[in-house]
Design a protein around this ligand. Structure first.
Ligand code: ATP
Ligand code: MG
Length: 200
């Protein structure tokens, strides 16, 4: 099996995440892509949606693509989610599976700062997609890590969860930036109001 791991906070999930996952699924002929929300440490818990809400929106968003699944391994583990711990667990649990961890340009540039990055590069390959608004700085990535990154072109989408949260906060909609059913979820009474309360 060849599996893509789409990790992120998904606070909330948006079409940039979905296009990234679909681009890599096609490009690498992956069997499946697993969307894996990271746990947010307690001190950040009020920055956005709860873990349950983030996961619920991911489930809504991937609903129509049979090759997409969710993975709650980091939510269940709690604490700070280090990808190296997660991939170590997955590689042990699925010894016959090859993993490809999907990241946007901003994360490629940040790879040198990831916890135990060279160990991680021994556990998974990376699938990098161009992210609108971020210039790629491949030169900052150590050679041992650079050699396990595959690059894919995708339509440049300058969309971020941060920008969506700021829209919601000021009462604007995220329609078309998120899938229709996620938009409906955000609009549904209760969630939107509760969210606005937590970030004020
Ligand atoms: P935030 O603004 O809260 O950081 P985000 O939009 O960056 O949210 P994350 O959950 O942090 O979303 O990102 C998860 C992964 O998806 C990261 O690897 C990130 O680079 C990638 N990604 C997010 N948005 C895009 C996009 N518009 N195009 C390509 N990749 C993206
Ligand atoms: Mg981000």
């Amino acid at each position: 099996m060849k599996i893509g791991i789409m990790g992120g906070t998904f606070d909330p999930i948006h079409i940039g995440h979905l296009v990234a996952a679909e681009t890599v699924r096609e490009g690498l002929k992956l069997d499946e892509v697993w969307f894996m929300p990271s746990h947010i440490p307690p001190h950040k818990a009020e920055a956005g949606f709860s873990a349950e809400e983030r996961m619920e929106m991911v489930e809504l968003a991937i609903g129509t693509q049979p090759a997409f699944r969710t993975l709650d391994i980091e939510l269940r583990r709690g604490g700070v989610s280090y990808t190296v711990d997660t991939m170590g667990e997955l590689v042990t649990k699925y010894p016959d599976t090859r993993f490809h961890f999907i990241i946007g340009t901003d994360m490629v540039n940040y790879l040198p700062k990831w916890n135990r990055i060279e160990e991680l590069a021994g556990l998974t390959r990376f699938a990098a997609v161009g992210r609108g608004g971020y210039e790629l700085h491949q030169e900052v990535v150590p050679e041992a890590v650079a050699s396990v990154i595959d690059y894919f072109d995708m339509p440049q989408l300058e969309i971020s969860s941060t920008e969506i949260r700021s829209r919601l906060k000021s009462g604007r909609s995220a329609r078309y930036l998120v899938p229709e059913n996620v938009h409906d979820y955000l609009q549904r009474s209760g969630h939107h109001a509760a969210y606005a309360r937590t970030i004020d």
